[in-house]
Design a protein around this ligand. Structure first.
Ligand SMILES: [Zn+2]
Length: 284
């Protein structure tokens, strides 16, 4: 896992891809590779790495989406008809660059599959700019893949205990930090205050931005905050929060060792926040 503030391993070539000739040249590049993806799945090798196929067919802008380049090699994505390997099951083993490409590919392919018609006039749309956007064939409306911002919160009480909770639909024993989508007209900070009040009845006394992570199920951007509460009294939202608890570091380690508690995958921002707190880097 890269540090919170590292740059991207995937060069998205935002300027160049507007040129169709340039996209065609990238497709013809001898190092170009094609990654097949499903709704939340990717094609993998028997060892769990991404299966990167050589580019052999004719370029079709409706089928082939440029992700960008990694170490000078153009990466394209295409949508597979069949079910592939669940991305969640392999993402902890992928390199930072492969993970970024896989996240982009899954989110982008799902967006193309669901954006065939113009929301303004209802006419068909066509992929343009190497799959970075779609354009309406009737009114010319340009559509771009949006990402939905969600806040995720490492919540501490005055004793530096961390708040973890679980929803009724989660696997037994799974606990995580709290998260929720930002609403229209709301700042990320306001979303943190609202979510923590709604879900566990906490009033925050401090808020610090930590970092963010894309989460392509289907197309979220998780924005991490460290927050403090002066009064640790919890009022979990009925029906939504099955359990919410303050953990000491030793208490969580014991619960993990006994199997009473399991945590999200290590690639997730949630796990990263929990691990940083366990290691004393939060509140740092
Ligand atoms: Zn239109």
């Amino acid at each position: 896992m890269s540090s919170w503030l590292d740059g991207s391993a995937l060069d998205r070539q935002t300027e160049l891809r507007a040129d169709e000739e340039w996209v065609l040249a990238a497709w013809s590049d001898s190092g170009a590779v094609l990654l097949r993806v499903g709704d939340a799945s990717v094609e993998t090798t028997p060892t769990g790495a991404l299966a990167l196929r050589p580019v052999e067919s004719t370029f079709d802008p409706e089928l082939h989406y440029l992700l960008g380049s990694i170490d000078g090699r153009p990466w394209f994505a295409t949508r597979a008809e069949e079910e592939l390997t669940a991305l969640r099951s392999v993402m902890d083993e992928l390199s930072a660059a492969s993970l970024q490409a896989a996240f982009t590919a899954v989110g982008l392919a799902a967006w193309h599959a669901n954006t065939g018609f113009c929301p303004r006039c209802g006419a068909e749309t066509r992929a343009v700019h190497g799959g970075q956007s779609r354009r309406c064939t009737s009114c010319g409306n340009e559509l771009y893949p949006r990402t939905d911002p969600a806040v995720i919160v490492a919540m501490l009480d005055p004793a530096e205990r961390l708040l973890l909770g679980r929803q009724p639909s989660w696997a037994p024993g799974r606990y995580s930090v709290f998260a929720g989508f930002a609403e229209i007209g709301e700042s990320l900070e306001q979303a943190v205050h609202r979510e923590m009040a709604e879900e566990v009845g906490l009033e925050l006394t401090g808020l610090t931005y930590l970092g963010s992570q894309p989460w392509p199920f289907p197309r979220s951007l998780m924005v991490g905050f460290l927050a403090h509460a002066a009064d640790p009294q919890l009022v979990p939202a009925a029906g939504e929060i099955e359990d919410a608890r303050w953990f000491t570091r030793s208490g969580l380690l014991a619960a993990l060792a006994s199997g009473e508690v399991t945590l999200p995958p290590s690639t997730s921002i949630a796990r990263r926040m929990i691990d940083d707190w366990l290691d004393g880097r939060l509140p740092g």
